[in-house]
Design a protein around this ligand. Sequence first.
Ligand SMILES: Cc1cc2nc3c(=O)[nH]c(=O)nc-3n(C[C@H](O)[C@H](O)[C@H](O)COP(=O)(O)O)c2cc1C
Ligand code: SF4
Length: 433
Amino acid sequence: MPLTPVLTKRFGANQPWKIENYEALDGYNGLRKALTMSPDGIIAVVKDSTLRGRGGAGFPTGMKWQFIPQAKPGETAKPHYVVINADEGEPGTCRDLPLMMNDPHSMLEGIIIACYAVRARHAFVYIRGEAVHAIRRVTGAVREAYAKGYLGENVLGSGQAFDITVHAGAGAYICGEETALLDSLEGKRGQPRLKPPFPATNGLYDAPTVVNNVGTLASVPYIILGGAQWYKALGPEGSPGTSIYSLSGRIANPGQYEAPMGTTLRELLELAGGMSRGKELKFWTPGGSSTPMFTAEHLDVGLDFDAVVKAGSINGTSAVMVFDEGDCVVRATLKWIEFYEHESCGKCTPCREGNYWMAQILERIEHGHGTVEDIETLLDTAGNILGRAFCALGDGAASPVQSSIQYFRDEYLAHVEQHGCPFGTTRVLAGAH
Ligand SMILES: Cc1cc2nc3c(=O)[nH]c(=O)nc-3n(C[C@H](O)[C@H](O)[C@H](O)COP(=O)(O)O)c2cc1C
Ligand code: SF4
């Protein structure tokens, strides 16, 4: 499977983040074409392309845009907003930041097209606060776009007006959840809202709002220029287009690899030079730590929205974290659960308490104080979070616990029986605490 640069096609070019260089490589031609179309015509093309959101859930983008209620003749419409989720907090995920650093104008062009399609004037880009470099880069690109007439009043003589505001978050994983993000953008503490109502009707400032991921919107100019059929043909049915797979862990050449949706880990490993230290693959995540882990059995699963679900996990953010036979699955799971414990917003009991307890139990097993009952308690706790938490952060936290025990129960038992980690330095004397 070859690399298929679409979103990354300008990454190797000379300073592709500068507007002149972007324009020299087809930049803003998608917007020019879009402004000759009707807003509903654009929504129809995006729907026909079957583009699915890259933020994790894979929701069809055209359908989301169509949900924005439009005023009937004689009615005064509420303002509509487009909000870009550039929080990128899922462990292992690194594709929105490289996209914003290398090619911020492709995202801005997609945002302006989306604003035109859903009849919004104002868009907000919510970028994770720690990513100061990306905040600077996108702010600079917005300034360039105003100077060149792609933003502001009467864009390209179309009579349309568009504005983009860049907003720095404060660095909380939960603020990537779309409704927590909206609360945070409004200046409140970032915690998820009860759904329904959904952002399409009651979003930012209670007005109809589209929330989309960076990669979703950056795909839009290519779809407008290349057409829905071209885009669909890039990936398998139901999961069109390409994905930027972020490969990390025991990989010879970790990094971002853009390939058609449905590429397998075996193919990605070939592209990335194989495993890094001559050991066999042991376990890996198809879409970040919130997605149930896979093993060497799953090397040939097509990494797209449907095939991954069929194989027992979730495509998530295409964040492929790879571990080899020298890595301890209990330790990896402990580190992930410490992350969820820290990032739980505390609004609901199953996630707030459950992650605290799972971290305690994993810590004790990894450090040689665990019991066989602890493994059952872990499963019981994860089972009481899954489906009972207020938002998907809780469900995501159950994934590594349940899947690691499903595939590697013997390794958990070995920690208990050997009073410590068979891979590391945490072994203690039997009975010691
Ligand atoms: C805990 C949590 C964190 C999330 N973090 C992100 C994120 O950093 N970026 C993102 O685009 N979506 C994130 N999402 C998904 C968003 O809620 C939402 O589905 C997405 O922004 C919609 O955009 P899309 O339709 O373009 O995928 C997160 C969801 C949850 C539950
Ligand atoms: S599952 Fe509950 S406690 Fe956890 S982040 Fe979501 S709302 Fe907050």
